[in-house]
Design a protein around this ligand. Sequence first.
Ligand code: ZN
Ligand code: ZN
Length: 373
Amino acid sequence: MSKRDYYEILEVSRTASDQEIKSSYRKLALKYHPDRNQGDKKAEERFKEAAEAYAILSDGDKRTRYDRFGHAGVGGAQGFDPSQFTGFEDIFSGLGDIFGFGGARRAGPQRGADLRYDLEIKFEQSARGVETSIQIPRHEACDTCKGIGAAPGTSPSPCPQCRGTGQLRYQQGFFTVARTCGQCRGAGKVIAKPCQACRGAGTIEQMRKLTVKIPAGIATGQRLRLAGEGEAGTLGGPPGDLYVVIFVREHEFFQRDGNDLHCTVPLAFTTLALGGEITVPGIDAEQTVKIPESTQTGTTFRLRGKGMPDVSGRGHGDLLVTVQAMTPKKLTKEQKKLLEQLAATLPEQAVTPSARDEDEDRGIFGKVKDIFG
Ligand SMILES: [Zn+2]
Ligand SMILES: [Zn+2]
């Protein structure tokens, strides 16, 4: 039986990039891995076949020879021994402990974990930007031992179990697996005399106060990355990052839609009928809106560029003001008389008894002004 083409085995084209070859192999290796296909001879064959193809095609020289001379060019006729193949760790690193060896941790520095902090801010703070301080509990490198974990004046020694490699290797079936060393947990080093301050961990949990600068225009769900403010790394590895996730409290007057702001302004029906100028609160300053004569309730006026600032600093959204006709709750005798005179001149169906109520108006604007200081 003739050998199958390596490209065919890996299900890639002859012009596939190294990355395509690698990811296709990874997919096949996972699918046909013996641990997932216990006792399935066919799967084992496919697994070996893929490993052989990858060993050749992932090597620039061998791939060139294979392209020119076929299997004869790479000695494929003599068979292939996957146990001699060292590509597995590369392929499986980062997969976690799927097969017990994939996640084998290398000895050496590890980057610290990322942290998340949920920060609630006021609407006004999101509109104008704010600098605020937060407190986060995090692990920081121990000052006493400089993050090494050994008592001052002593230093860690190579792990006797794994001879400092952090991994234990042994044969499993037809290839070598590496497991994280249990004694040193992959660090490759053991500490005879631990630092007292951190009990050998190399890190200490501390409350850290940080200043966060929140840009104007930030919206709920957006996050800020504070590089290097996460957990400390181990064995001198770099720290992780801190992500501050923003939640903006709702505003009682404005509703945000993208960078646009919507608000509803109650007005006496006489203002809508006669027209006039009204003032509405804005995020920076009060805005004037011209109400034309005979404006219907529910009409929306768009004030360009008076909405939320874009978080990237590129301009502003719009402010959309919707007017709503208001009926006064109480009428004086005088007002009632005037309205009755007016009503007599209007068609019956369209009559809405109402009058301008200065106090009510001021009440609502006064309230919003209070909010914005
Ligand atoms: Zn320490
Ligand atoms: Zn060890």
